[in-house]
Write a protein that binds this ligand. Structure first.
Ligand code: DX5
Ligand code: ZN
Length: 220
């Protein structure tokens, strides 16, 4: 079986003590830290920007998996790269030239990811695949934590798993939205190897972040 990794989404953290929350996630064995960036334009919610990413950077060595839900996205890539993002993912609808955006991310020495909304077809990655480090399948419509998993995205994950394996390259297949003890095994059997989990990580408080993430990995 795959090595399942968890990227807790800090959207569900206590924003009044984000540094402390990041250190707790690190100690609890988070693989990546998933940072949801929303602009109130591309998605109907506003979260954080590069200044917050920069402030959080000294609190952990874990990779920052920065999910940009902003449009246009290109003008903000450099800011997030310099703030300390390790992986930068964007939605192809957030700019006219997704291939150029991938190259821009890589020009700063960062890993590049594409995010597919629930209605976005897998074909959106066809001519980008060889340049990508990560594909993120949205299993909810982006904008909020705590929504329900959309089952049709399992088919998309299955197709992408085959396409990724055919490249022979290491490309993370990440799923984001509504991941819990019921949906995590479905996403994993469909082929996902990296699970974003907001609600499912944070429910119960810092004392159980580690056991929550272990349960999602399938280590009960
Ligand atoms: C949604 C965000 C997700 C969200 C996941 O727009 O991209 O990362 O925080 O939250 P849960 O795990 O609660 O669905
Ligand atoms: Zn996200």
């Amino acid at each position: 079986q795959q090595n399942i990794r968890i990227a807790p989404s800090i959207l569900s953290a206590d924003f009044a003590k984000l540094g402390e929350e990041i250190r707790a996630l690190d100690a609890a064995g988070a693989d990546y830290i998933h940072v949801d960036v929303m602009d109130g334009h591309f998605v109907p919610n506003i979260t954080i920007g590069p200044a917050v990413v920069k402030a959080l950077r000294p609190h952990t060595q874990k990779p920052f998996d920065v999910h940009l839900m902003i449009g246009p996205v290109d003008p903000y890539i450099q800011g997030f790269a310099e703030a300390g993002a390790d992986i930068i993912s964007f939605h192809p609808e957030a700019g006219a030239h997704p291939h150029r955006t991938v190259q821009l991310i890589k020009s700063f020495g960062k890993k590049a990811g594409i995010v597919l909304n629930p209605a976005t077809p897998v074909e959106a990655v066809d001519y980008l695949l060889e340049d990508l480090d990560l594909i993120l399948v949205m299993s909810v419509n982006p904008g909020f934590g705590g929504q329900s998993f959309i089952d049709s995205q399992l088919r998309k994950i299955e197709i992408l798993r085959k396409r990724i394996d055919a490249t022979g390259k290491t490309i993370d297949l990440e799923v984001d939205g509504g991941i819990n003890l019921k949906t995590a095994p479905l996403a994993i059997s469909a082929g996902a190897d990296l699970l974003v989990a907001g609600t499912a990580t944070f429910t119960g408080g810092p004392a159980v972040y580690g056991s929550n993430m272990d349960a999602l990995r399938g280590n009960r």
